[in-house]
Ligand binder design. Structure first.
Ligand SMILES: C[S@@+](CC[C@H](N)C(=O)[O-])C[C@H]1O[C@@H](n2cnc3c(N)ncnc32)[C@H](O)[C@@H]1O
Length: 244
């Protein structure tokens, strides 16, 4: 049915305007069924394994905050909350950054549509509450990363350390801004989760993989251990400060 609609709209030459309308007016307001953007079951298992690995290595009692760059409606945020709950890590605050306007203008050249994945803080909050997430531990920060990811945000939200980080903002520029913001918060060990790893490489488009390679060059004292992925194009790493 979806394919039929897509093909018909394409034939009429109105598929792109339809997408713009959908991302701007329909999905943000929760009209229609919301399709999760990650495979929840696999994501849950992969994050749980990764955090268990982190706990084997981490000697500090405090894991700091969970940072998520790209929240959209909140499926990954909700899954991470429930993994933390199962592991009794109830002290971890969950901080999510998103434009809450979907993908930025110009994302087309990297394979995404402007406005895609648009949610609103209200719709996301409702979704998280419906999924029994304790909102007292969640902070959602609305805005483009270029306007929000500064020292001020760390101070305002009391972010002094990050050990679990999800970078799900798809495109190179946003991923690089997110990594620049969070790397100084990594102490000895951290889990880093990427949802869109290297699948634009064949088309000659730089993406999350290149953003991560570049940040590791800036912080050469970290080593990376790949962990179980939840999708072929996802990557989960344990990163650790090399012993001097
Ligand atoms: C694929 S979605 C995130 C999916 C989410 N993790 C989930 O589980 O449903 C990508 C998100 O990144 C956000 N995003 C991308 N680039 C951004 C930027 N430069 N500033 C703020 N948000 C951005 C978009 O608004 C979008 O909601």
């Amino acid at each position: 049915m979806k394919k039929l609609l897509k093909n018909s709209l394409k034939k009429l030459g109105i598929y792109d305007p339809y997408l713009k309308f959908k991302f701007k007016y329909l999905t943000p307001r929760g009209i229609g069924h919301w399709e999760p953007l990650i495979p929840e079951k696999e994501f849950y298992s992969s994050v749980k394994l990764a955090i268990e690995k982190l706990l084997e290595n981490e000697t500090d009692d405090s894991l700091g905050s969970y940072l998520e760059f790209g929240v959209s409606r909140g499926t990954s945020m909700s899954s991470v909350f429930h993994v933390l709950k199962e592991l009794k890590l109830d002290q971890v605050q969950l901080i999510g950054f998103d434009s809450f306007e979907g993908m930025p203008e110009g994302s087309e050249k990297e394979g995404w549509a402007t406005g895609q994945y648009h949610s609103t803080i209200t719709a996301t909050t409702k979704y998280l509450i419906d999924r029994k997430v304790d909102m007292a531990r969640v902070h959602l920060v609305k805005g483009w990363f270029s306007d929000t990811l500064f020292e001020k945000a760390k101070k305002d939200l009391n972010i002094t350390k990050a050990s679990i980080i999800m970078v799900d903002c798809d495109i190179y520029s946003a991923s690089k801004t997110a990594l620049n913001f969070c790397f100084p918060l990594i102490k000895d060990h951290a889990i880093l989760i990427f949802d869109d790893w290297g699948w634009t490489e064949d088309a000659g488009i730089v993406g999350q993989k290149e953003a991560f390679d570049e940040i590791l060059q800036q912080y050469p004292y970290f080593s990376t251990t790949p962990l179980l992925n939840y999708l072929p194009q996802s990557r989960v790493f344990l990163i650790s400060r090399k012993i001097k």
